[in-house]
Design a protein around this ligand. Structure first.
Ligand code: NI
Length: 189
């Protein structure tokens, strides 16, 4: 097992379209996923996509940590999901705003609109076919990770760049200001 180096915004690894995986159950994919999971456990974080570790393949992993859904009625924490060749599609027109960060955009947080509800699917390295519906943070994290497979980083999805901030400057008031807009701007965790 190996801790992997994370590509940062601007690196070409993050800018292309990742290729489909021909054999999701191959030893190479199992090894990649094990290293990605070890890397993410080491750093802490909710998700990671293979292009972030310089591998141009359609592989993502993510989880729904309890602390990210504390204010989401009915939401359940979820342990790791690994998806190879994932697809994600919106359910309905509704979008909502929420704070995001990214290991490839270290030190920054931004408010990003995402589809409130999505259906997603893919196959695991163990051959299990997964199809799920998701909402809230769960829907957000899968949209964020799948964006990495198409060279899209969260700042590219932002509609108001005045809501891009260094994480350690948020306590000066921006987080509160954004939370106060919750009623008109949708849910902001
Ligand atoms: Ni990311």
């Amino acid at each position: 097992m190996t801790l992997l180096k994370i590509a940062r915004m601007g690196h070409p690894a993050l800018r292309g379209r990742a290729g489909a995986v021909d054999d999701p159950g191959s030893p190479e994919i199992h090894a990649l996923v094990a290293d990605m999971m070890e890397t993410l456990e080491d750093i802490g974080g909710a998700g990671l996509a293979a292009p972030q570790v310089h591998v141009p393949l359609r592989v993502v992993l993510f989880r729904v940590p309890a602390e990210r859904i504390a204010e989401e009625p009915g939401a359940e924490p979820m342990d790791w999901t690994v998806l190879v060749n994932p697809v994600v599609a919106p359910l309905g027109e509704e979008t909502e705003l929420g704070w995001e960060g990214c290991l490839s955009v270290p030190g920054l947080r931004g408010v990003v609109p995402r589809h409130t509800r999505v259906r997603y699917g893919g196959v695991t390295p163990d051959g299990e076919e997964i199809t799920r519906e998701a909402s809230g943070f769960h829907a957000r994290v899968i949209q964020h990770e799948c964006d990495h497979l198409d060279g899209v980083l969260f700042p590219m999805r932002m509609t108001d760049l005045s809501l891009l901030s260094f994480t350690d400057e948020l306590h000066h008031g921006l987080a509160d200001e954004v939370a106060a807009r919750r009623d008109t701007a949708g849910s902001i965790p």
